[in-house]
Design a protein around this ligand. Structure first.
Ligand SMILES: Nc1ncnc2c1ncn2[C@@H]1O[C@H](COP(=O)(O)OP(=O)(O)O)[C@@H](O)[C@H]1O
Ligand SMILES: [Mg+2]
Length: 234
């Protein structure tokens, strides 16, 4: 029998940093690499066991995150409208139960697993389920941090109608891949520039720590590396 060993591929620093952020908004034109970055992030998280890092995957496009649905890290995979609403409400439930436990134990920060709620693509979710999901998403954005519940939202349209003010003010880590317009760039990193990035492979990354957007390479983890890790984790 062939023994399986854990893959040991290097993980991108950018991804480790994003996974440490309370919440992250990723914006960029179609084909700019939002899904590539999300795959990188999941790959990076998969180096941790499911008792440390877990996912709630919201996949309105129905194909982008499918291959991760059977992982032990995946609490919920949702691609149908009713399932997506249920998944987001479930995340609020989990958060509230964590707050109760934290109060009981006198903790300010949860010591439970980090749960990443990953939405690829957020504009698709908003155009169909805005009314049903925005209140819950606002609560998660406001209160998730202390409960180790993170939002990672990818969108091709970082406009006010898609990323509402109340969600946006609470998501202070921003990744701008190549944006269609200078205004889109301003919406995400508060300054123009992302419209001039190469078609893919680079982003501007803004966090409260850096205060200014920093240009960072976005590596693409080869699909076979990702698949090897999925097989191992399953
Ligand atoms: N960082 C990258 N390095 C190399 N190729 C990339 C990178 N990001 C994107 N690409 C190329 O662009 C294509 C579209 O990327 P994708 O992540 O699907 O874009 P989006 O989700 O923003 O529409 C990929 O299939 C790949 O060929
Ligand atoms: Mg995509």
């Amino acid at each position: 029998m062939k023994l399986r060993t854990a893959p040991t591929g290097a993980v991108p620093r950018l991804c480790l940093d994003i996974l440490d952020q309370p919440h992250t908004l990723i914006a960029g034109a179609t084909g700019s690499g939002k899904s590539v970055l999300i795959n990188d992030l999941i790959y990076t998280a998969l180096f941790s066991p499911p008792c440390e890092k877990q996912f709630i995957l919201i996949d309105p496009k129905r194909v982008e995150l499918r291959s991760y649905r059977k992982l032990p890290h995946t609490l919920i995979y949702a691609s149908e409208p009713a399932d997506m609403v249920r998944a987001i409400n479930k995340a609020v439930d989990i958060m509230e139960r964590r707050y109760k436990r934290m109060t009981r134990r006198g903790e300010k920060q949860s010591s439970e697993a980090h749960i990443y709620i990953i939405v690829d693509e957020f504009a698709d979710l908003m155009t169909t389920l805005k009314r049903q999901t925005v209140p819950a998403l606002c609560r998660l954005a406001q209160l998730g941090r202390a409960a180790n519940i993170h939002l990672i939202l990818a969108t091709q349209r970082p406009t006010k109608d898609i990323v509402t003010g109340q969600i946006k003010v609470n998501i202070d880590a921003r990744v701008a891949l190549r944006c269609p317009t200078a205004q889109d760039s301003r919406n995400i990193i508060n300054t123009t520039g992302a419209e001039q990035l190469p078609r893919h492979g680079f982003c501007y990354y803004l966090t409260p720590d850096t205060m200014q957007p920093v240009k960072v390479a976005v590596p693409r983890i080869p699909e076979n590396e990702i698949n090897k890790l999925i097989q191992y984790r399953r």
